[in-house]
Ligand binder design. Sequence first.
Ligand SMILES: C[S@@+](CC[C@H](N)C(=O)[O-])C[C@H]1O[C@@H](n2cnc3c(N)ncnc32)[C@H](O)[C@@H]1O
Length: 295
Amino acid sequence: MEKECRDFRQLEHTGWERAASEYENRWTDLTSHFIEPLLRSVGVIDRVTARAAAGVAAGAASGAAPGLRLLDVACGPGYVAAAALARGAVPVGIDFSARMVARARARHPAIEFLEGDAERLSFEASSFDAVVTNFGVPHLARPGNAFAEARRVLRPGGRFGFTVWGVPERNPLSKIVGDAIEVHADLEIDLPEEPARFPLCEAEECRRALEGAGFDPRSATFETVRAAWRVPTAAFLFEAEQKGGVRTAALLARQPADRLAAIRGAIEASVRTHAVPGGFAIPAIAHVVAAAATA
Ligand SMILES: C[S@@+](CC[C@H](N)C(=O)[O-])C[C@H]1O[C@@H](n2cnc3c(N)ncnc32)[C@H](O)[C@@H]1O
C-alpha cells in the first residue's frame, strides 16, 4: 500500500476508534434515512411498486428474499445489518474499527459482526447474495479495491449497493460545512492527503467503476434520495463533525481558537436558516448506487 493510502487509512482508523462512542448519537439519525432505499437497491426489500401492487401497506416491513445472505461492509453500529435481519435476511457485518464492532455486537446480539477491512475481505468467493455499504465508500483509501472484493464474495447475479453523499453544490448539508471551512479554516495544516479517487457522485462514473470491478453495467441503478435531518440545536452539526466525525474532526482539531470559533459560528448561522418547530431540519442528499455481479 503506497504511503499516501497508508496515512489516509491510519487517519480513518484512528478517527473511527476515537469517534465510535459518539457516532450513534450524532449521525445515525441521518444515515438511517438511507437504509431502506439501500436495502431495496439490492433486493432485500421489495420495490415500492411491487408492494403497492400487492396491496402491502406503506411502511410495512416486507422482506423480498427470506434467507438472503447479506454482508454489511463498514457496518459501524450495525443498523443496516439489523434492518436486513428484520426483513428476513441473514446478515453479517464487518468494520475495521474494533470499537464499532463491539458496539454493533452489544446492540444486535443476534447478528454476527467481525473486524475486517473492506478492501481485503476474509470471506470465500460467492459467499453472499447481497453486499451493501452505507456511507462506507467515502472513507476508503481505494474504493475500487472494495468494489472488487464485494464482487468476489458475491454469487454471480448477486447485487452490491452503496451510498455516497451528493456533491456540495446540490447537497445543503455538505455545503454548510464545506463553505464554513473554505472561508475560515487554515488549510495549510499537516493532514494526510485524500487519495485521488474516482468521482462517485455521478451516475456514469459509478457505472464505469462498477463495470471495472466486474459488475454488469446494464444492471446498474443510481437513485438520488433526499432527507431532512432533524437536529435539536443549531450547534448540533458542528459538534457532530467535531466529536463524531473523522476527517473534518481532524481538520478542526488543527485550527487555532479564533478560526475554530469562526467555523462554528458560520455553521450555526447556516443551520439556523433551516429552523422548524422544535429544532432544525437540514436538507441532505445522497445517492444509492447498485449493480449485479456478472455471471
Ligand atoms: C460513516 S460510518 C458508516 C457506518 C454505518 N454503515 C452507518 O450506516 O451508519 C463509516 C464506517 O466505515 C468504517 N470503515 C472505514 N474504513 C473502513 C475499511 N477500510 N474497512 C472497514 N470499515 C471501514 C468506519 O470504522 C465506520 O464505522
